[in-house]
Design a protein around this ligand. Sequence first.
Ligand code: MIG
Length: 634
Amino acid sequence: MVKKYRLGQPFDTEAVVKQIESLPFEDIPFEKETKDNFTSISFELGKDDLIFGLGETVRGINKRGWIYESWCSDETTHSEDKRSLYGAHNFIVVRGKTTFGLFVDYPGRVKWDLGYTSISNAVISIEDCNADFYYITGDSERDIVKQFRAIIGKSYIPPFWAFGYQQSCWGYATEKDFIDVRDNHRNNNLPLDCIYMDIDYMDNFKDFTVNTNNFPDFKGFVDDMKSHNIHLIPIIDAGVKKEKGYSVYEEGHEKGYFCKNDDGTDFECGVWPGVVGMPDFFNKDAQRWFGRQYKFLTDMGIDGFWNDMNEPALFYSKKGLDNAIEKLKNIDTEKVNIWEFFNMKIVISELPNNLDDYASFYHNVKGKMVCHKDVHNLYGTFMTNSAGDFFEEEFGKEKILMFSRASYIGMHRKSGIWFGDNFSWWSHILLNLKMLPAVNMCGFLYCGADLGGFANNCTRDLVLRWLQLGVFTPLMRNHRALGSRAQEAYNFENTEDFADVLAVRYRLIPYIYNTFRRCSDENDMMFRPLAFDYPEDKLAVETEDQLMLGDECMIAPIYEQNKNGRYVYLPEDMTFVKLSGENVCTENMTKGIHYVDVALNEVPLFIKSGKQIPLCKSALSTAELDTENLEYIG
Ligand code: MIG
């Protein structure tokens, strides 16, 4: 049962697609407070109550005990002291005296104090008096999620080949770089379907351009890669470089399609291309216009994209930089004391993603100027929808791969997400796992983390262990930052171990793809906490390093260094399966705790007793996969 409580006149976020009658906010079954520019709802938390959801956030599967803020952020360090990452996923399910779901449909900042200030209280607040609150009750957590998903609409389904293995690296710049990646995979028996083009493919980081020195015949190059069953997937950044003669900028500027300062001039800020205009995706004409720009690349055979920097990330604003330089100018280097020195550092470090900047520019919403900070969490979503609308018009559904860094619920209908700039840390394998059910709750099914870790230097065993989790995530992409240690599979000793793990992915694609489609059709979760499936089982409820996958499986990856295996809890009898290359090794196990050995070239999987899953033969790309002849295991 879904009830909608309306406060004031909420902004249309486009998150909910189903018409639901509005009830007055006063009737919402929580404690509540509304003042001039502040609204909160709160409820008591019993000792054993659990809170699930919030999508892409740090910390546990049970979110209780921390304070989170929905505020799409270019957060470069995903440590547990953080409150926000790239997505704003305002949906939770609380298991308590009554179990309920709550969606706060509000595009500005939302604070979720979930037993942080007081262990026995949850307080959710916004600095506004306009929002919709959806309250959902049902038979189980999973049922509540399904009802929520039914009102926000079906999840995006990418093309089949997007379930293949994908390689990325910030720094591939020339045709040769891409050909090397392709050949090194093919020559080492490493399957591969996509190679990503990070900002270096562009001409001076200008969206919808290609560096013609590095790619003299881009269309021909895209075709050639396709003939090897490789899709090239270019990045698109939100900001459009301010440059005379650059047609995208000039047209956007002339038509008034960029975000504005309060005096009506273009808001200007600095990102990778230098000074940019920020497209105003809230202006429907501008949104449509930006989406049509992708045609430049689809015309050359490109059929996949990743949208970055769309929180939006701002390195600095023109105004902010002027102010900072003014402050630093007055410093006398002869007399500077240590506090002034620290202040200097702060002046610079506060430039990026500054709240004053977000409060200083405006969107044109049907002719009305709306301050960015009040709708911040929709920016990346409206960018991605601009492309999604264009793709659907031009090509129909399921033809173009796309995922975005920033997101709000609603974007799940057009696109996937990736989890942004994680580190090559063991703890981030576990964080990757914990985010999966939470983002599924919010409709994001096509998702994954940078396998091997984005920042810092990886190790061979870390990459292998991470891939062993990635084998199950719809987006299986190895990506890293410029300057970090190479982590393409072929750069390590005994590449066969990598080939064994990647082969398992391809063997599982029929199962993963069908489970994915079913979950999209039925508004279901692909990954669930054990607590959802075994609510009465205390050990299962507290297990946060294993997940249920589909209706048949449980996964329990290894996420610590120097381990030959791990302890795993089986909430019922299961078959323990180890997959490696074409090898399958099974063992029946009873409910309870077991230690399982897992070598670096093996993928562990648990299949519920009485269930089976299909495997096909592996191949070097999805195009070569025979999905008709299946073998069943379990
Ligand atoms: O400020 O395009 O999350 O995946 O490699 C960094 C360069 C900008 C952030 C993305 C990352 C990408 C990087 N980008």
